[in-house]
Design a protein around this ligand. Structure first.
Ligand code: AVJ
Length: 323
């Protein structure tokens, strides 16, 4: 695995400190969703993916279980040699179906999974070659914005970028466009982007996915406060904060907040942060899209291609975009 060296670990912690303090000293306060995924956060996210309310994983799983053969054919259509770069691979339980199809064909490819969680990348490098003998794999641990360039530099073949799970939903629409534009600039003609979007649907169903009855999503958000307490010598009292999720069916923005239940001061890395009663920390966006909005992003950012893969309920779409 290409991972952070010991001297870089200091920088990672310093960056965490800088980002958290900047977000909490901003008006309004915010945190970055990428920091959810420490060891406890990984486990909580795996629980989220198993929840009844969290339809996204099942929907995209269905796409990859039933249609990986078609997706593999589409990838192999151009040429039998390419590299597969996955942004935010996680535990790869969906992409493994595509990897299996690709391994079953006479293709020459390497798999570069990128993930913010070092544990996940280490797990993939250990687990996948045992599951799929002969698979050429090299994991990259880090922020996928940074690691993408590294992945592209490592590859001297045609590139297929996988960006699944609705991870693009963690950006607002403008950030998503900016990201796709950057991605398009980094890629070359003939390269492919397979990108998953959660679709606009019954608002109550969306809200329930981010406001589950058992409070797992609440625990997932509150876990970032625990992480700050542990890694940045913070003194957040978790019982003084409440998870609040809302969905705007017009814009498609589903947002999560932690609400300060009273006036309080919190100390983090030697700094004092003041909270007014019911002041919100904006934690995360999970943006939902219509098919027209998705098409508009493709066009605006230099991609083309009409191939789309849906689950039977049309909850989710994996679009195949060509550079
Ligand atoms: C990993 C960004 C796809 O937004 O649905 C799930 C993260 N947060 N529940 C999402 C998440 C709360 C998830 N993504």
């Amino acid at each position: 695995m290409d991972t952070i060296k010991t001297e870089e670990r200091v920088t990672v912690l310093a960056q965490f400190r800088k980002d958290i303090l900047a977000g909490l000293q901003a008006e309004p306060k915010f945190m970055q969703a990428k920091y959810f995924y420490d060891q406890a956060g990984d486990l909580l996210f795996q629980q989220i993916m198993k929840m009844d309310e969290y339809y996204l994983t099942n929907a995209e799983m269905e796409i990859f279980v039933k249609q990986s053969g078609d997706i593999a054919n589409l990838i192999a259509r151009e040429s039998s040699s390419f590299d597969l770069i996955e942004l935010g691979a996680g535990d790869a339980t969906k992409s493994i179906h595509l990897l299996t199809e690709l391994c079953n064909r006479d293709l020459e490819f390497s798999y570069f999974p990128i993930d913010i969680s070092a544990q996940m990348v280490a797990h993939l490098e250990d687990f996948l070659p045992r599951q799929l003998p002969g698979l050429s794999i090299k994991g990259l641990n880090g922020d996928y914005f940074e690691m993408l360039d590294k992945g592209i530099a490592l590859s001297n073949r045609r590139k297929v970028v996988l960006f699944m799970g609705g991870n693009i939903g963690n950006m607002d629409v403008e950030e998503a466009k900016e990201f796709c534009r950057k991605l398009n600039n980094s890629l070359s003609k003939g390269d492919l982007l397979i990108i998953g979007f959660d679709l606009k649907k019954e608002p109550k169903q969306i809200l329930a996915a981010y406001n589950d009855a058992k409070g797992i999503t609440a625990a997932f958000n509150l876990n970032l406060l625990s992480r700050i307490n542990r890694e940045l010598d913070g003194d957040f009292e978790l019982q003084n904060f409440e998870h609040y999720a809302c969905y705007d069916p017009e814009s498609g923005a589903c947002k999560s907040y932690l609400i300060s239940l009273k006036a309080q001061a919190v100390h983090i890395a030697g700094e004092t942060i003041h909270f007014a009663p019911f002041e919100a920390i904006y934690m995360e966006i999970s943006q939902k899209y219509s098919l027209q909005e998705i098409e508009a992003i493709a066009v605006a950012t230099g991609f083309h291609g009409k191939h789309r893969f849906f689950d039977a309920q049309k909850y989710f779409v994996d679009a195949v975009w060509l550079v």
